[in-house]
Design a protein around this ligand. Structure first.
Ligand SMILES: [Fe+2]
Ligand SMILES: [Fe+2]
Length: 319
């Protein structure tokens, strides 16, 4: 788009696009109204709960799981800035700008929390590093929107909800609803804008996008296997969390359908067959920690855990 884009001041253009992008612009205004003071919120929660007092095993587990979140927030901040640059319509640009503001807060609050938690915060695992680097490196708007807004944001939302519900640690669990509210708006940007971006995707592009999503989902699945024992230490049932995450992706997809009146075929979750495969895979590979598992399933899950560790080492060496 050549600069300045005078059409943005054209009354006919504004009238034509306003209804379509009004809800995106609203995300910006809601973000402004609901912006919270991260320094104050964290200080108040630390005071309310008398600091962070937990056994060492839990401290290690929080460090393992939340190093993923910390670097995920930093990546989300940069990707939101990319989106704010790439998106042309003011409503969408405003929503992405508001997201960048939120992600900056999410990053510094999580950094301050982890410093307060103490102990050693481990480096990022190979799977998450691959996902985040793919999303940071791509110059494709469709990849960034699909990968970050629909897949990574819903995964983060699922984890935040699980941590809040499991009362993992009082300060962290009370912090999570602040993050959840913001992340829900970020998913909203994807839901509202993706149909416009994906409308022109031909068969080849649709296939490429589906493969790209499959790679991201597979990496996130292996990353979850890798952290399995830490979820257990935190009292989080990953089977329940994954089912919730799956429902969220479905809801996001339904939202996309109603926002544009069509079904963007490039979204992997749109395929009924993919849904069935997904549900079956979750039953086998991510069984509920509450229910007893048959010996064969314990062996499969144990083997996946070992394989996840091998893959992690390989990915880190290849980086
Ligand atoms: Fe965030
Ligand atoms: Fe976000």
């Amino acid at each position: 788009m050549s600069f300045p884009p005078y059409r943005l001041l054209d009354r006919d253009h504004i009238a034509k696009t306003q209804a379509k992008f009004e809800r995106l612009e609203r995300l910006y205004h809601v973000g402004q109204q609901k912006a919270w003071d991260g320094k104050q919120v964290l200080a108040d929660l630390l005071k309310k709960h008398g600091g962070i007092r937990i056994p060492d095993a839990k401290r290690i587990a929080i460090g393992e799981v939340f190093s993923v979140i910390l670097w995920g927030e930093l990546a989300a901040w940069s990707i939101a800035c990319d989106l704010a640059l790439m998106l042309e319509e003011p409503g969408a640009k405003m929503a992405a700008t508001s997201q960048a503001h939120d992600e900056a807060r999410h990053f510094y609050v999580m950094r301050d929390y982890l410093l307060e938690l103490g102990g050693k915060i481990p480096p990022l695992d190979g799977y998450t590093a691959t996902v985040l680097n793919d999303l940071l490196d791509t110059r494709r708007l469709s990849d960034k929107l699909l990968g970050m807004q629909l897949i990574v944001e819903t995964t983060a939302l699922t984890l935040f909800r699980a941590v809040a519900q499991a009362r993992v640690e009082p300060v962290l669990s009370d912090l999570m609803p602040y993050y959840e509210r913001d992340e829900a708006r970020h998913v909203g940007l994807g839901v509202l804008y993706l149909p416009t971006v994906l409308k022109g995707a031909d068969r080849l592009e649709t296939a490429r996008l589906r493969l790209f999503q499959l790679k991201l989902i597979t990496m996130i699945g292996w990353g979850t296997h890798l952290k399995q024992r830490y979820f257990k230490d935190l009292g989080i049932d990953h089977a329940e969390a994954m089912r919730y995450g799956n429902r969220m992706v479905q809801e996001a997809f339904e939202g996309m359908r109603s926002s544009e009146g069509g079904q963007p075929r490039a979204v992997l979750a749109s395929s009924a067959m993919m849904q069935r495969i997904n549900e079956k895979a979750m039953e086998v590979f991510f069984p509920s920690q509450e229910a007893p598992q048959p010996a064969w399933q314990r062996a499969v899950v144990g083997f996946c855990g070992q394989l996840a560790r091998v893959g992690d080492v390989a990915l880190r060496m290849a980086a």
